[in-house]
Design a protein around this ligand. Structure first.
Ligand code: BES
Ligand code: MN
Ligand code: ZN
Length: 486
């Protein structure tokens, strides 16, 4: 499918309608243009969110009225179009146009993201998928009608949405891939290919290099796995921008989490193929930032390994080292994310000294207990950073909500035998003690934020009967980066 702005012809139109005082008048106008009864239209279409009414014209033209409810936000536009296209994609014609006259470029971007998201196909490994929907094939065309004066801003919004959607889909595929289709090397290869394609530097430390760098926490988590770990470093520098802000992103890249010797119950263990949601957010954000040529110096780091069980696996009670030299008593081998992040964060801080440091991780079941699947837990001591991220979350609909980092929670990670331990042993405040653990490895960085995305990265939606990838984090971080670079 490709997109054209202000197409000259289309036989199928989508007219989005917001529930305002002018809805009745808008329906009257449509009635007059189409020769239908205004009264009937007003009776049959109320503009409720996601309400869709197809109208068939005698000349063969078809128009869908699509409701958006009252005062829709960006996410409502995105979701309405995502659902409409997902549900109808098999019967949509090759050429469809959407009438967005009178709406701004934020709406254009959300609509294009929604149309693209609706085309996502979860059936990655099904052998009989039938015919691909013609609208989403090479032959498909999406027309976007806007006011003539808005054509150039619309073009920018469309290009931006297309860039983000393309990257996001690749991340969805990676997230939804099972562990026999992806491993640490898969993430490394993706980063290397992306760096070559979009002109940014990627370095991958293999196991020997990880040993040389004394990343003992990452190596300890890797001990039970047949596959080597990897440590991915991506660096995008904007051309011709002096004094660009330096932003460090660290993402948890556990390609499968069995829990290790502290093994997980089997009922939901299959979902742990998604334990690289933080890595996906970082991979996607660095690629999207490079494509959009954002004026920011971005460093992405991904420590990646499986967390497996075998005779050489790390055991509960083991005391391990870490990149910055702190020793850790491993109470629970299932609290592995904070271990690999300890080395990722430690390496980032010591080698890159970023102005701002954000880590993202599918870190705790506790954050799901708190927010369900609707918001990420945000932890930071920096109020300005918290406010910026909260704003980006409001704009993108990728919610964050702040939780505390009070020092009273340090008790939870105190060890008698090592510098700290990885689990309190108590079933309370798990997301907070995990964040307090990570804080140690930031070595006092004053602009650090941790996002616990365990609930938001992989959740229920219209694409399938089971939980699947949301792509959470890419739009949030891109929006935030654009905000801080002005
Ligand atoms: N990857 C899990 C967290 C998780 C749980 C993500 C559910 C997505 C959905 C993490 O490694 C983990 O196992 N955390 C433990 C920590 C505990 C042992 C301290 C948890 O939250 O139960
Ligand atoms: Mn775990
Ligand atoms: Zn995990």
């Amino acid at each position: 499918m490709h997109i054209t702005i202000n197409p000259t012809t289309a036989d199928t139109w989508i007219v989005p309608l917001v529930q305002t005082d002018t809805l009745a008048a808008a329906l009257e106008e449509i009635a007059a243009e189409t020769g239908l009864s205004a009264e009937r239209l007003q009776q049959d279409f109320k503009g409720d969110a996601k309400e869709a009414l197809p109208l068939y014209m005698p000349d063969g033209q078809k128009t869908y009225l699509l409701g958006l409810g009252k005062s829709p936000e960006t996410m409502d536009w995105l979701k309405t179009f995502r659902e409409f296209f997902f549900r109808n994609k098999a019967k949509l014609p090759a050429t469809i146009s959407i009438d967005l006259t009178g709406f701004g470029s934020d709406v254009v971007e959300a609509v294009v993201l929604g149309v693209r998201a609706g085309g996502y196909d979860l059936r990655l490994y099904q052998t009989d998928k039938g015919d691909a929907p013609v609208f989403y094939s090479e032959a498909g065309t999406l027309g976007i009608r806007v006011d003539e004066s808005a054509e150039s801003t619309t073009k920018t919004a469309v290009d931006r949405a297309e860039a983000i959607a393309q990257t996001r889909h690749e991340m969805l595929d990676l997230m939804n891939a099972p562990a026999n289709y992806k491993n640490p090397q898969t993430l490394a290869d993706w980063a290397l290919a992306s760096g070559r394609k979009h002109g940014y530097a990627v370095t991958v430390f293999d196991k020997a290099a990880i040993e040389q760098h004394r990343m003992h926490a990452l190596l300890s988590v890797n001990k039970g796995s047949d596959l080597p770990p990897a440590f991915i470093i991506m660096e995008y520098k904007p051309a011709g921008v002096d004094n660009a802000r330096k932003v460090g992103l660290v993402g948890k890249g556990i390609t499968f989490d069995t829990g290790g010797i502290s093994i997980k119950p089997s009922a939901s263990m299959h979902l742990m193929k998604s334990d690289m949601g933080g890595a996906a957010a970082v991979l996607g954000t660095v690629e999207a930032a490079a494509k959009l040529k954002l004026p920011v110096h971005l460093i992405g780091i991904i420590p990646t390994t499986e967390n497996m069980v075998d005779g050489s696996a790390m055991k509960p009670g083991d005391v391990i080292g870490s990149y910055i030299g702190k020793t850790i008593e491993v109470i629970d081998t299932d609290a592995e994310g904070r271990l690999i992040l300890a080395d990722g964060i430690g390496y980032m801080v010591r080698n890159f000294q970023p102005d701002v440091l954000i880590d993202l991780a599918t870190l705790t079941g506790s954050v799901i207990g708190t927010f369900g699947y609707h918001a990420a837990g945000m932890f930071t001591q920096n109020d300005a950073l918290a406010a910026e991220l909260a704003q980006a979350a409001d704009r993108t609909g990728e919610r964050v909500w702040r939780l505390p980092l009070w020092d009273v929670y340090k008790e939870d990670i105190k060890s008698d035998v090592a510098d700290l331990r990885n689990y309190s042993g108590k079933p309370f405040a798990g997301a907070i003690s995990a964040a307090k653990f990570l804080e140690v490895f930031t070595e006092g960085h004053t602009a650090w934020a941790h996002l616990d995305i365990a609930g938001t990265a992989f959740s229920d939606n219209e694409f399938g009967a089971q939980k699947n990838a949301s792509g959470y984090g890419i739009r949030l971080l891109i929006d935030w980066l654009e905000g801080i670079t002005g």
